[in-house]
Each structure stands twice: as C-alpha cells, then as structure tokens.
Design a protein around this ligand. Structure first.
Ligand code: EPU
Length: 430
C-alpha cells in the first residue's frame, strides 16, 4: 500500500519540468515492434505504465538499453512472434496497441483484452472496424482479441470512424503502416499524441500525412528502419501543474511544454482569474485573488481534455459562484466528486454533468484516488486544503505522473510518500 500525506495550505512557487507524454509513449513503444533496427527514444517518462510496457516488450524478445534516465534504445529486430504475457497486458489499457503493432509485424495478433475499466465502458469496436477494413479477420475469444491478416497481407483502405477515438486512430495507424497501398482514417482524433506517433513512424521511414487533422493518409511502406526520436512533453501533466497553481495559489513556471497544446486549459484558467504567460517552451501561472466560476465541457482535442476534468473541478470547488462541468467523452467520469465532497466541496452529479458550488475552503481528510487523473485532483485538493490529507490508492497516480512528489516538493509543497508492505492492486486504466 502506498499513500501520500499532504499538509496543505502553502502556496506553490518555483519551477517544474514536464516529462515526456504518457499517451504518446504508450503508442510509440509498441510501435517499435514494427521497426527492424534500433530506435533511440528520448524523453520517455519513467512511470509504471511505461515500465510495464517495457517488460512486455522485453519478454517478447526486444533488446532494451537505458542510456539515461529518460533515453532508451529499443531493438525489436529479433522479437519472437509470441503472445504478450497476459498478466502484464491486463494491467495496462494501452496494451491494445500491441494488436495493431503485432498485426503489422507478424500478420496476426493475439492480445488479452485490456483490464478492468474504472470510468464506465470503454469499447474497442472502432479499433476492430479499422483492422477489418484493412482485411484482417478479428474475433474475441477466451478474453483475447485474435486478429489475422489475409495470406497476401493487409491492404490499405478507407476507414471512417463512428466516434473520434484516440486509441482507434493510433492502432489503425500501426496496422496500416506496413500494409500494401494507402489507408485513409477519416474522422480521426487530433490529439498531440496522434501527431507524435505519426512523427515517430515517419522518422523511422513511414509515409504518414495529415496527422492532427480529421483525415490521416498512410501510404504503406515495405519496412521501417531505426532512428532517433524525442517524445513530446505531456500535455496533461503540464495542465495538472497549471491547475495546481491556480487552485492552491502562488507563482509557478512550468517548463518543457508546448503552449499550443495547452490552449484550452490556459483559456479556461484565465477565464477563472489565473494570470498566465506563455513563453516558447514554458508557461507561467500566477494566482493571487479568488478564482471566478466557469463552465466547461470536455471534448476531443483541441477542446478541453477529459483528462483535465477532475483537476479543474478542484479549481471550481474553490471559485466564487457555481460552475458546471459536462463530460463529453465518457458516459460519466465523476466518481472522484464523492471524495472531493468529503473534503468539504459541494458537488452534485447528474450522469454527465457536475454542478459545483464554490466553497471558501477545503479541509484535509482521508481520500482515495479513483483513477489516474482523479488521483491527481485529490493531490491538488490536499495541497489547497487546510490540515492533513491522506490520498490512498496512489498506484493509479504513479501510472502516469513521473516523480510527482519530488516535483511538488520543489514547488514548496509538504507532501510525503508512505509505503507499507502490501502489494498494490493494479487495474487497467490510462
Ligand atoms: N470509443 C468507442 N469505441 C472504440 C473506442 C472508443 O466507442 O472503439 C469511445 C470511448 O468509449 C469514449 C470515446 O470513444 O467514449 C473516446 O475514447 P478514446 O478511444 O479516444 O479513448 P482511449 O484511446 O481509450 C485515450 C487516453 C485516455 C483519454 C482518452 C480521451 C491512452 C492510453 N488513453 O483513451 O487517457 O482519456 O484517450 O482523450 O491514450 C488518461 O491518460 O488518464 C486517460 C484515461
């Protein structure tokens, strides 16, 4: 069991360095399966989801060398045509990228369905629709997704996604990169990590254009070669520190960011009264007075990200007036509101909508991280609250935030990680 103990009420000040993007890295690491040669990948975040993926690749026969804290060399040339270990695959949702990567590399894939979801149903029908359009036969059997390409290989095709899906867009890209002919993904997701995966694949010899727009064109190539690539900074980690500075108050310079990726978050926090200055690769957030109320609806990029919903809910809980959050991506993602209410927040949830009445002060108590981003929100709430907050189930947080304790301490926070000898439960998220 690991928990964080926070003595709140101290403003944050100083600089924090953002790590490589989790949701880009979880696509890029499986993508190395498609490459014959060595990929040198920089800015890889050291988080538990990435450690798991590296173990999966390594058990499949990849040779992995750590050149520095955040730089890895991965060579999948000799990877065996093997089923990825189910006990590892089931712990990380992004293991679904192994389907596209294995299908592209070996012409077939057999991957255990990703583990338990913790904010409502998260189907993968659009991934399957894409693989089928490329000519694969896909069946679900015994908890596995089994996909087989036809004897003459996958063929480029036109895939029109019924819902804008990050995972399906990236997975179909992985399947199509070595297919014969050209694939078009229409109604594609446009998140920065989609562009990052396309850039990585192109650096290794792929021919992908249009990533970041509604239509991505993938012209199949015969093979991919090794190369060097640096993963983009994590948009949501940066947004989390922005929300922390706004909720807790203080003056924080967030470094190694791409301000363009943060525009919807910057706009919302400015509307709420935070003073934000953008630099070329940094962003400064200052909050001194009381925050103002606002409404937000989560949407696919460039809209306000669902992965920032819970962190901004903490800001709204401490703002003057009543705010409304509408969840536009998932059926619901508000389990954390009950935990915030235990700290004195006043939030009413009606399916996809949370009505938040601002309060003067949150109060420390024992709360749980319900998922990765909800866990980050609990930490922010604890930093803003008076008294002591204990956040349990922080293994969720550690799936996606590199060195959160050290980074927050660097900003003056009083936060400690306490580990008791008891294995954390691991469930699929991300
Ligand atoms: N959907 C379908 N069918 C599909 C795929 C998705 O109906 O085949 C629906 C989902 O149920 C959801 C919507 O489409 O309602 C969008 O889902 P998407 O596929 O975009 O989500 P994802 O790929 O499973 C990624 C991130 C999530 C992030 C979402 C939305 C990774 C590993 N995960 O999930 O990140 O919330 O995109 O931006 O990239 C997180 O980092 O905390 C996290 C949960």
């Amino acid at each position: 069991m690991v928990k964080y103990v926070i003595h709140g009420g101290k403003p944050l000040s100083g600089r924090v360095m953002i790590s490589g993007a989790k949701n880009a890295a979880v696509g890029i690491l499986p993508a190395t399966l498609l490459v014959k040669g060595t990929c040198r990948i920089e800015n890889v975040p050291d988080i538990s989801d990435i450690r798991l993926l590296l173990r999966i690749l390594s058990e499949m026969g990849a040779s992995i060398r750590r050149l520095s804290f955040s730089t890895l060399e991965i060579d999948c040339t000799r990877v065996r045509d093997a089923v990825a270990p189910i006990d590892l695959v089931r712990r990380i949702r992004a293991s679904y990228y192994l389907i596209g990567a294995q299908l592209g590399r070996f012409g077939h894939a057999s991957v255990a369905l990703p583990g338990g979801c913790n904010f409502g149903p998260r189907p993968i029908d659009q991934h399957i629709k894409g693989f089928e359009a490329l000519g694969a036969e896909v069946e679900l059997s015994g908890g596995y997704v089994i996909a087989r390409a036809p004897a003459d290989g996958l063929q480029g095709a036109r895939v029109n996604l019924d819902v804008v899906s990050v995972g399906a867009t990236m997975n179909i890209m992985l399947g199509a990169v070595l297919a014969t002919g050209t694939t078009y993904i229409e109604n594609a997701a446009k998140e920065p990590h989609i562009v990052d995966l396309a850039n990585f694949l192109n650096a290794m010899g792929a021919r992908i254009s249009g990533a970041g727009t509604d239509v991505i064109r993938i012209r199949g190539v015969k093979g991919l070669h090794g190369g060097t690539y640096s993963i983009i900074p994590d948009q949501i980690e940066a947004g989390t520190y922005m929300a922390a500075a706004a909720a807790v108050g203080g003056d924080v310079l967030i470094q190694n960011v791409i301000p363009k990726h943060l525009e919807s978050i910057t706009a919302k926090l400015r509307e709420m009264g935070a003073r934000i200055t953008e630099y070329e690769d940094a962003i400064c957030v200052i909050r001194t007075g009381k925050l103002r109320r606002a409404n937000v609806k989560t949407m696919p990029y460039p809209g306000f990200p669902t992965d920032m919903q819970s962190q901004v809910a903490v800001c709204m809980s401490l703002a003057k007036g009543s705010s409304v959050i509408t969840e536009g991506i998932y059926d619901t993602r508000f389990r954390y509101c009950a935990e915030l209410n235990r700290m004195g927040a006043k939030i009413k949830v009606e399916t996809k909508v949370a009505l938040i009445e601002g309060v003067e002060q949150l109060h420390g108590c024992e709360v749980k991280a319900c998922d990765l981003r909800a866990g980050a929100a609990m930490v922010i709430a604890g930093l803003a609250a008076d008294g002591t907050t204990t956040v349990e189930d922080v293994h969720y947080i550690e799936r996606g935030y590199e060195c959160m304790i050290e980074k927050l301490r660097g900003l003056g926070a009083d936060i400690t990680r306490i580990e008791t000898p008891d294995n954390p439960r691991m469930q699929g998220v991300g």
